[in-house]
Structure formats: structure tokens, C-alpha cells
Design a protein around this ligand. Structure first.
Ligand code: BDR
Ligand code: CA
Length: 318
């Protein structure tokens, strides 16, 4: 049903698809509570040309070629680019032959497109970041007044409280561009964080992936192939997973149904100089500093409900 126009949340999705980024985009497109104003892409899971092409292939699959899309940074702010081919494959979105896009990105850079959408919106917009924060940081540095006036919150997947998935205490998105993350976290716009602590609970189990096979529409079929591929990397028993952690969709699920999550407010900052910890998110859970509680951190999720939401969204393309 229609949630009513006043209830819809306007968002811009800055992503690096990526299997879980693609699923986050699908959730956003499917939800009547979300209006996806634009998509911008970052270099991360794969090189910038590949992530842009993947995001366009997803928009085509979802039948939303009308949503403006622009490519962003080609490298992180300081570090050389490192990608995650072993997780997401050579294309960045291996596992299903997606349709090639028959449309063009807008003739703007990512940060120019973000600025255009914010200027055109009379109401605040949420920036959702599911890749490295390079574009977000550049945007805040180039358009600080516009950002303060028009972005109500930045909801991101990244970091962890005491965990890592790329280095012992470093999560991939922050690992790729820690300096960008530091700019974003210290800018002053309220933040909502989906760290590994919650995304590792947000697993789609193997039998649930198998069940996707029964969703006969093209979006369901595509995600059956994509998630079957994505799951393989996570089968290594060292992780202790029973399926695949759906990191990035936690951001969109939180916007649609925040009751699904347990959260805590705290200061979160980034280590950028540590010998062993460059890119570690430092989460002041016990309020040991007087730094502002800049971040609402997701720590728990109703996994069952999360998977139901994903299934319903996939069926909405019937
Ligand atoms: C994050 O890294 C990427 O590989 C995923 O898309 C997700 O955004 C998880 O650490
Ligand atoms: Ca991502």
C-alpha cells in the first residue's frame, strides 16, 4: 500500500556494487517508504568503472533506468585503491549474467549529482553510504553549507566495534579509505552506523538462499545467482557463518523499519595512523571521552524479520 507522500524518506545511495550493495539498492527501490533520488558509485569492491557499470546493470534489472546515476572517485583520498575481487569476483558482481545497461550516467561527477539533488529537494535528504566514504568526504569538503542545510543524516555500512573482516580490527569499507571516513565522522551531521557487529548477525542462511530459486521474476532469479556466488567466500569455517552476511542492506532496512534493530549512541572516530590499526573505528561505548555522541550504532537485529523484508521486496517484482 501507499505509505503517503509525507512518510517517504528521500535518499541518495552512494555504493560500490558489490553483491550486498546491489541488494541494498533493490530494497530501496522496492520500498514505498523510500524515494531513491540518485545513485552514485565509489571505487571499492572493484575498480570505479566496474562499480559504476554494476550499479547501472542493477538499475536496468530493477526497471529504474530513470534514476540518475553518476560515477565518483577513481582512488581513495590518500591510499592507493585496494579492491575485494576475492569476495565479489572479477566483475564485482559475479554469479549471474545481468543485462547490460542501455542508458548513460548523467554528465556530472558523483558529488555534482549529489549537489544537484540536494538543491532540487525542498526537504532534507539522507545520504546512504555502502562503500568507502571517498565521495561522501569529497562532497562535505566541497559543499559544506549545502550538506549542513540539506543532509539530515548519513547512514553507512562500515567499521566495527572490536572486530575486523579485512585486518584484525579493520572492516573493508573503512580500510579502503580511512582518511575519508575520518572527515565524514567528524563533520557534524548525525551518523547511523551499521558495523560488522550487526551485519554479521544479518546472515542469509544457505537454505534461505536456495529458497530464492522459487522466486520466478527476473530480480529473484538474479539474486539467487548473485547470493549463491557471494555465499561461497563466507563458507570458510573460520568465520563461523551459516550463510552470507548481508552488510549493506542493513542501512536500508534501518530506514524502512528501525524497530528491527537495537542501537546505542556513542562517539565513533577512525584511527588513521596506527601501525596495526589504520582504519579501525574507535567506538566510545562506555563514554570514556567527552567527545560528542555523533553516531547511532546498530548492535542487534531481528534477523527473521530482516529476511522476511528481503523476500517481500524480491516478490514485489512479480
Ligand atoms: C563491506 O565491504 C564490501 O565488500 C561490502 O560490499 C560491504 O560494504 C563489508 O565489509
Ligand atoms: Ca559495499
Amino acid at each position: 500500500g501507499k505509505a503517503g507522500k509525507f512518510m517517504t524518506k528521500k535518499i541518495i545511495l552512494d555504493c560500490d556494487p558489490g553483491h550486498d550493495d546491489a541488494l541494498a539498492m533493490m530494497l530501496a527501490v522496492a520500498s514505498p517508504k523510500i524515494e531513491l533520488l540518485a545513485v552514485t558509485t565509489s571505487a571499492g569492491n572493484q575498480t570505479p568503472d566496474k562499480t559504476l557499470n554494476n550499479a547501472m546493470r542493477m538499475l536496468k534489472l530493477l526497471g529504474r533506468e530513470d534514476i540518475p546515476i553518476a560515477g565518483g572517485n577513481r582512488t581513495p583520498l590518500v591510499k592507493p585503491l585496494e579492491t575485494a575481487g576475492e569476495v565479489h569476483g572479477e566483475s564485482g558482481l559475479d554469479g549471474y549474467p545481468l543485462p547490460e545497461p542501455d542508458f548513460q550516467p548523467v554528465d556530472l561527477t558523483a558529488i555534482e549529482l549529489i549537489a544537484k539533488m540536494l538543491n532540487e529537494s525542498s526537504t532534507p535528504v539522507t545520504l546512504v553510504v555502502t562503500g568507502p566514504m571517498t565521495n561522501a568526504a569529497l562532497f562535505l569538503r566541497v559543499y559544506p553549507e549545502l550538506a549542513k542545510a540539506k543532509i539530515d543524516q548519513i547512514v553507512y555500512m562500515g567499521g566495527a566495534m572490536g572486530l575486523g573482516n579485512w585486518q584484525p580490527s579493520v572492516e573493508f569499507n573503512i580500510f579502503v579509505d580511512p582518511e575519508a571516513a575520518k572527515i565524514v565522522m567528524n563533520f557534524g551531521i548525525p551518523l547511523v552506523m551499521a558495523p560488522l557487529n550487526v551485519t554479521h548477525q544479518a546472515q542469509i542462511l544457505k537454505p534461505e538462499i536456495e529458497a530464492l530459486k522459487q522466486i520466478k521474476n527476473p530480480v529473484g532469479q538474479a539474486f539467487y545467482g548473485l547470493l549463491s556466488f557471494f555465499e561461497r567466500y563466507h563458507e570458510n569455517p573460520k568465520w563461523g557463518f551459516q550463510g552470507a552476511p548481508l552488510h549493506d542492506p542493513c542501512t536500508i532496512a534501518w530506514l524502512i523499519e528501525p524497530e528491527m534493530f537495537q542501537t546505542e549512541k556513542m562517539n565513533v572516530d577512525v584511527e588513521t595512523t596506527g601501525e596495526l590499526t589504520r582504519g579501525e573505528t574507535v567506538c566510545d561505548y562506555y563514554q570514556l571521552t567527552s567527545k560528542p555522541q555523533n553516531t547511532e550504532v546498530m548492535l542487534g537485529i531481528n534477523r527473521q524479520r530482516f529476511i522476511e523484508m528481503i523476500m517481500e521486496a524480491l516478490h514485489s517484482f512479480d
